[in-house]
Design a protein around this ligand. Sequence first.
Ligand code: NAD
Ligand code: TDX
Length: 334
Amino acid sequence: MTSILVTGGAGFIGSCFIRYMLKKYCDYKIINLDALTYAGNIENLDDVKNNPNYLFVKGDICDKNLVKEIISKVDCVVNFAAESHVDNSIKNSKLFIKTNIDGTFNLLELAKEFKIERYLQVSTDEVYGSLDSGYFYETTPLAPNNPYSASKASADLLVRAYYKTYKLPALITRCSNNYGPYQYPEKLIPFFISKLLKDEKIPIYGDGLNVRDWIYVYDHCEALDMVLHKGKIGEVYNIGAHNEKTNLEIAHLILTSMGKDEKSIEFVEDRLGHDRRYAVSGDKIMKELNWKPSFSFDEGIKNTIDWYLSNQEWIEKVENKRQVLYNENSCNGC
Ligand code: NAD
Ligand code: TDX
């Protein structure tokens, strides 16, 4: 394996993965195909843009001709590209169906045609739905509860079918909630930091007791590298770090770090179909691939909050970009 197509590499996790891979494997070539939606920011990879082993291509994973041209030049594919925000999917799910399902289908078809060595689908623990106690295992039935997770589960099923039917050498990972630098400030942690920087209140959905299982983005990328190289073809691997926190716990932690108190909290209407708790078992990847997370939650969250506080220009820039794209795409008078 020497050349990899990474899709969605200008986003939060994809950019961390590309940086990680270029640093670790100095003989690998990486092509980053990204449509640069509001969530994609090419400057996230400024530090590697002159690396001779890195090439950026602006484009859509649904574009058959473009993907064909790129796939014919690589050995493997790692698919991060997705619409990734649950609240957006609840407002309008159309783009989620297009990118997350049609886009994956396009990649799978071409990966089959060009006999790709390995295809890795970066999925999420949200496909398992919600659970009150215990953990999601790789054998837990899929039960997605919102349009985002339904689109990711659909993509997972297509990947499985391409492995079973065509022997496409595919793997799937399902990771828990990521946090870290460069996450678009719509997701809980950067959104709350961005609000507090503007002296605004932070909106907690419902009672704030929903639980998420947090993993530092670097650890996720390390696990993806492990699965890509050593994972057994056709298998699913959960990735998690056993850091379960309620949203209120996360809110208090951020408030304290930023010298604020609970007067900055505002309880708002609950998210529709709001999953109560996610918690993945990482037993399989830990036992079979000998992977475990390196970052404690305390260390990871400190790095993360420090990064956003030192990179407020980045927050402003990406928030402005969404506004510009929104204005360009909105239809006057129709
Ligand atoms: P993100 O929204 O930050 O990045 C998505 C990237 O995909 C952006 O750069 C965007 O421009 C690009 N993109 C979107 N549509 C595209 C298209 N049609 N063609 C090409 N590029 C396109 O998302 P993220 O948080 O980095 O998540 C990456 C992947 O990991 C997603 O597949 C997501 O489902 C999965 N995942 C995320 C988390 C999490 O906590 N964020 C957890 C588990 C799994
Ligand atoms: O303003 C908010 N207030 C609030 O209470 C926001 C943005 C979120 N929340 C709650 C909803 C969730 O219980 O915080 C929790 C986390 O919300 P998100 O950051 O939107 O993440 P989540 O819905 O858990 O999904 C995330 O993890 C799985 C990612 O966005 C997905 O891409 C990933 O697959």
